[in-house]
Ligand binder design. Structure first.
Ligand code: ZN
Length: 202
């Protein structure tokens, strides 16, 4: 990992407007996300972690007080990468299909009910964190993680979608209205076609 690293989204930075402005996305990517990557690169330079992939660094430092700073920055880098891959250009994300749709109907009744459950779960997160839709032992689950915690490198979880609940993700465009931001992301930005491909057919 090197300190000159740059982040390039798979779509232009104005693709999320008007839900998220180009200015907010640019600051999020090049300020916050890149900040975690650069801090991590600095922390692991010259250590055994230097050439390990993010998932390995996360797995190796998760339970270690000594390496909590490495863990937090690696986990936040991974979470942000997954967040950008959870989203797509505004109103182009389609709807859940295939195995994901079947599991949503089985476990939540309907897509609308799932979105309401994700939004209400996000609302309960006090402070910073993430809300996740994930698969656990074949069933869907919605949960939040605090701060930089992550389900990455946890073999029991298969993350499907995440939404960033840190203030830096929404404050420029939505001020203190986090619920409205979450609902707008669920309705207009989540790439449900890509999410559907993350769920195993049974
Ligand atoms: Zn963020």
């Amino acid at each position: 990992m090197n300190a000159d690293i740059e982040i390039k989204l798979p779509y232009p930075e104005d693709s999320f407007a008007p839900v998220l402005s180009r200015e907010a996305v640019s600051l999020h990517v090049h300020g916050h996300h890149l900040g975690y990557l650069k801090k991590l690169a600095h922390l692991i330079k010259g250590t055994p972690f230097e050439h390990h992939p993010l998932e390995e660094i996360i797995a190796e430092t998760r339970m270690s007080c000594e390496h909590c700073c490495v863990f937090n920055n690696a986990a936040q880098a991974w979470n942000h990468d997954f967040f950008w891959r959870s989203l797509g250009p505004v109103d182009k994300g389609g709807k859940p299909n295939g195995a994901l749709l079947r599991k949503i109907e089985r476990d939540y009744g309907s897509f609308q009910a799932l979105k309401m459950h994700i939004a209400s779960t996000a609302e309960k997160r006090f402070g910073s964190g993430w809300v996740w839709l994930a698969e656990l032992n074949g069933r869907l689950g919605v949960f939040t993680t605090p701060n930089g915690e992550t389900p990455a490198a946890n073999p029991d979880f298969r993350p499907i979608v995440t939404i960033d609940l840190w203030e830096h993700a929404y404050y420029l465009d939505w001020h203190n209205h986090r619920s409205e931001y979450v609902n707008a992301v669920l309705d207009r930005l989540v790439d449900w076609n890509a999410a559907s491909k993350r769920v195993k057919e049974e």
